[in-house]
Design a protein around this ligand. Structure first.
Ligand code: ASP
Ligand code: MG
Length: 417
C-alpha cells in the first residue's frame, strides 16, 4: 500500500482539489491512503477563532464565519449542484464547531485548541472525499481519531503505538482508496488531540509504519527536497537522493520540507519516502532511503527565524556544571522551550531557543532567581550542513554574528539581522 500526504497548500482552493484528483489519475489510485491537511491557511484562521474565544472578543463570530465562507466558496466552485449532500455535511460540521464553542466549559487552552483546530482537517477531507467520489475516484473516508490513539498532551500528543497499530491493522483494507486527516488523534476518552503544527507528515509515517507500506509520498509545491529554502536563499538546487540520516539532520535543524518526527518510523522499517511536486507529479522529486553513499555533495542551508538567544551565568561566578545544567533543562522542558543550540563555557551557558508557547517571560523570571540572565530576542539561527569556506561566507556576510559553532559536518551561527 502507498501512503500519500497532501498538505494545506495543495488543497487551498477548488483548483487545488481538482489537481489532487488529477495527480491520482496520473499516478494511480488503488491501494492508496491519502492523508490530507486543512485547506490553505485554515489552521491559522482557527487559531484566531481560539484566541477570540479566550479573549472574549467581539470578533469571535466573524472569525468563525470567515472560515465557513472560505470553505463554502470552495464547495460552490467544486460542485455545480448546491443541493448536493456535501453542502449539508460541511454545514453540519460547522454547526458542530459552533456548538462546541457555545457549550464548552473547559478553561484548558490546549484542550480547547485541539477540539477547535481539528475541524480544519475534518472539513477538508470531507470535501475532498465527496469530490473524489463524484469524479469516480471511489474512496472511503476515515476519521483518523478512531485509529491514532495518543496521550492527553494536547497540541503535542504522543502516539500510543501499540493501540494505534492494532486499530490500523484491523481497520484498513490494503486494496482500497482511503482519505483521512493528518495531524489529529484522540485520547482514551475520545477527545481530539493533535500531533503538533505541521504534523500531517508524521501521520503519513504512522500509517506507513503500521501498514508496512511500500512507500510514502509527500506532495509539495516545490520539486522535492532542496538544498535551501528558496524563500530565504537564492539558487536552491534539488537533492535527488538523500539518506534517512541526512533527512533527519535537515529536518532537525529546521528544514520545513519534512516534519522532523516523520523520518524515524520510516527508517525503522526502511520504507522509502518520496518528496514530489503536485504540479509535476511524474517527475521523480527526491527520494529518501537507506545508505551512507547518499550524502549530498552540495552545502545545505537552513534558517530558523524568530529565535531567542539566552545566556545564563551564575550570580557568584561559580561554574555552571552538571547539577545546574540539569536544573536549567528541566525548566526548559517545563516551559516547553525548544532548544536548538547549546554552548557553554566555565561560568556561562548559552542556548538558542524557540518559544512556541509564549512562555519566555515566565521562564526568565524563574531563572533570574538563580542566575544572571541576558538575552537577545528575534535572532536567526543559520545551519549549514556540509559547509565549506564559500558557503559559510555567503551566510555570514552582512550579519552580526552573536554565536558560532562548528562540528565536522555542520556550521551554525546565531545572527542579529
Ligand atoms: N493543518 C495543520 C497545520 O497547518 C497540520 C499540517 O498541515 O500538517 O499545522
Ligand atoms: Mg498545513
Amino acid at each position: 500500500m502507498r501512503i500519500f500526504k497532501f498538505g494545506g497548500a495543495s488543497v487551498k482552493d477548488a483548483e487545488g482539489v481538482k489537481n489532487v484528483a488529477s495527480v491520482l489519475e496520473k499516478v494511480g489510485h488503488q491501494n492508496t491512503l491519502l492523508v490530507i491537511s486543512a485547506m490553505g491557511k485554515t489552521t491559522n484562521a482557527l487559531e484566531v477563532v481560539i484566541k477570540n474565544y479566550f479573549e472574549k472578543s467581539n470578533d469571535l463570530n466573524a472569525s468563525i464565519q470567515e472560515v465557513r465562507k472560505y470553505h463554502n466558496q470552495i464547495l460552490i466552485d467544486l460542485f455545480e449542484d448546491e443541493e448536493h449532500n456535501v453542502f449539508f455535511a460541511v454545514n453540519s460540521l460547522f454547526n458542530d464547531l459552533e456548538y462546541f464553542i457555545r457549550s464548552n466549559k473547559s478553561p484548558n487552552y490546549n484542550f480547547v485548541y485541539d477540539q477547535v483546530v481539528s475541524f480544519g482537517e475534518i472539513v477538508s477531507t470531507t470535501i475532498v472525499s465527496y469530490y473524489f467520489n463524484e469524479k469516480g475516484l471511489t474512496n472511503i473516508w476515515l476519521d483518523v481519531r478512531n485509529f491514532i490513539k495518543t496521550d492527553v498532551t494536547y497540541r503535542d500528543a504522543n502516539v500510543d503505538w501499540e493501540e494505534t497499530q492494532k486499530l490500523i491493522q484491523e481497520g484498513v483494507d490494503k486494496n482500497k482508496l482511503y482519505i483521512t486527516q493528518g495531524f489529529l488523534g484522540s485520547d482514551s476518552n475520545n477527545f481530539t488531540t493533535t500531533l503538533g503544527r505541521e504534523g500531517s507528515d508524521y501521520t503519513a509515517a504512522i500509517f506507513a509504519y503500521c501498514l508496512n507500506a511500500e512507500s510514502v509520498s509527500i506532495w509539495k509545491d516545490v520539486p522535492g527536497v532542496l538544498n535551501a529554502d528558496p524563500r530565504y536563499f537564492e539558487n536552491a538546487v534539488l537533492l535527488n537522493q538523500i539518506s534517512y540520516r541526512e533527512a533527519i539532520e535537515l529536518a532537525f535543524y529546521g528544514a520545513t520540507v519534512i516534519h522532523p518526527k516523520t523520518l524515524q518510523p520510516l527508517q525503522r522499517k526502511e520504507i522509502p519516502l518520496y518528496v514530489k511536486s503536485f504540479l509535476n507529479p511524474l517527475l521523480p522529486g527526491t527520494s529518501v532511503s537507506k545508505g551512507a553513499d547518499l550524502e549530498p555533495q552540495t552545502s545545505c542551508f537552513i534558517v530558523k527565524k524568530n529565535q531567542l538567544l539566552l545566556s545564563l551565568s551564575s550570580l557568584d561566578f561559580s561554574f555552571i556544571m552538571e547539577e545546574n545544567i540539569s536544573e536549567i533543562f528541566a525548566l526548559f522542558h517545563q516551559y516547553k522551550m525548544k532548544v536548538n543550540l547549546i554552548q557553554n563555557s566555565a561560568i556561562s551557558f548559552s542556548v538558542c531557543i524557540e518559544d512556541k508557547f509564549n512562555n519566555f517571560e515566565e521562564l526568565r523570571n524563574h531563572l533570574a532567581k538563580k542566575f544572571k540572565v541576558s538575552f537577545n530576542e528575534n535572532v536567526s539561527l543559520y545551519t549549514i550542513r556540509h559547509f565549506n569556506e564559500k558557503s559559510a561566507a555567503t551566510v555570514e556576510t552582512g550579519k552580526t554574528v552573536l554565536l558560532k559553532q562548528i562540528s565536522r559536518e555542520t556550521l551554525q551561527i546565531v545572527t542579529k539581522e
